[in-house]
Design a protein around this ligand. Structure first.
Ligand code: ADP
Ligand code: MG
Length: 325
């Protein structure tokens, strides 16, 4: 297998068929036709073996996740995804790995009608770089900097499933988790390996949310990004954090709260919206079968505080993931 065989394998395995792709994989550049009167949203995320995923991970799951984490950033801003570029750095020209990876990548791409339009293939330690492009009607994209004092704070889905899944993957058959119910371990493992970017929810929140972020670093850390960019503080009620039955079956008490408050890799949307629009928020998300919970409020200040039922502050050991920390 040469570099060019691998590129041909990739090209042959992924469906094309967006009319706005004038020219896809195979030339020096892709030629793309952006829609008129829309803003272009672009983002990139890198996955490095040993940092973002465990060595020996299933290539199909890895392909899915590499695209999912990028689409989640488009979801956070309310964009409609369109195109993607894939940079693969591979230790060996491993056709089976690439085929599996592309199958996982393209399964998610097909769900959201995203076209793989190009990329780069080089040798080196296993690393994956993905760029995604999406669109939103001019001026409507959601941002981190619009939260207002008095807004409510919401999160879609449940929190803590990503880190719970990682714990299960890392624990393997060891320790107490091995005795936990298999259905619960399977459910959280699915959540970390195949996150589902909340693209429809993000678009539904355009014009409703005042600020939005996807939860990738950890709930408190991600809310902290909104707080900093918006120049506000937040109070989050620990007892309001939505918990899946799987996380409830696997962890309890302080350990569960630490996983939910600080655990990354959830890829849900955390957002703020005016109190007066809560009903609209709930209706818009209910129409998509997307669960949503109000978990707190935006206050004066600059910190995100986690509060117990009696109003006292809980200081978790870990607020979230940070490289170079
Ligand atoms: P160049 O040397 O001109 O940069 P390459 O040989 O790197 O071109 O790539 C040839 C074509 O294959 C380009 O269209 C490029 O976008 C595409 N390509 C290369 N690697 C990938 C990949 N991993 N995924 C998708 N397309 C790729
Ligand atoms: Mg060239």
């Amino acid at each position: 297998m040469t570099e060019f065989d691998l590129i041909e394998l990739i090209r042959a395995r992924c469906p094309s068929g967006r009319r706005d792709v004038r020219l896809g994989i195979g030339d020096d550049c892709a030629i793309l036709a952006p829609p008129a009167r829309e803003d272009l949203l672009v983002t990139t995320d890198t996955l490095v073996e040993g940092v973002h995923f465990l060595a020996g991970s299933d290539p199909v799951a890895l392909g899915w996740k590499a695209l999912a984490v990028n689409l989640s950033d488009l979801a956070a801003m309310g964009a409609m995804p369109a195109w993607t570029l894939l940079s693969l750095t591979l230790p060996r020209a491993d056709a089976a790995f690439v085929a599996g990876f592309i199958d996982g990548f393209c399964a998610l791409a097909a769900q959201h009608e995203v076209a793989l339009v190009g990329g780069d293939t080089t040798s080196g330690p296993l690393a994956i770089g993905v760029v995604v492009h999406g669109f939103a009607p001019a001026g409507t994209a959601l941002r981190r900097d619009g939260a207002k004092i008095g807004d409510r704070v919401f999160v879609t889905g449940t929190v803590g499933d990503g880190l719970a899944g990682l714990r299960c993957l890392q624990a393997g058959e060891g320790a107490t988790l091995a005795e936990a119910p298999a259905w619960a371990r399977a459910a959280v493992t699915e959540r970390i390996e195949r996150p589902r970017p909340q693209l429809a929810a993000g678009r539904a929140l355009r014009g409703l949310a005042t600020a939005c972020i996807d939860t990738s670093d950890g709930l408190l850390a991600d809310l902290g990004h909104i707080a900093r960019r918006s120049g506000v503080g937040m109070e989050i009620r620990a007892e309001a954090l939505p918990t899946s039955s799987a996380v409830a079956a696997l962890f309890e008490g302080e350990e569960r709260l630490a996983i939910q408050a600080g655990g990354g890799d959830d890829y849900q949307l955390a957002f703020t919206a005016p109190t007066l629009r809560e009903t609209e928020v709930r209706q818009a998300l209910a129409a998509l079968d997307c669960p949503v919970s109000c978990i707190g409020s935006v206050v004066e200040g600059e910190s995100v505080r986690l509060l117990a039922g009696d109003g006292s502050e809980i200081v978790p050991e870990h607020r979230g993931w940070e490289h170079f920390a």
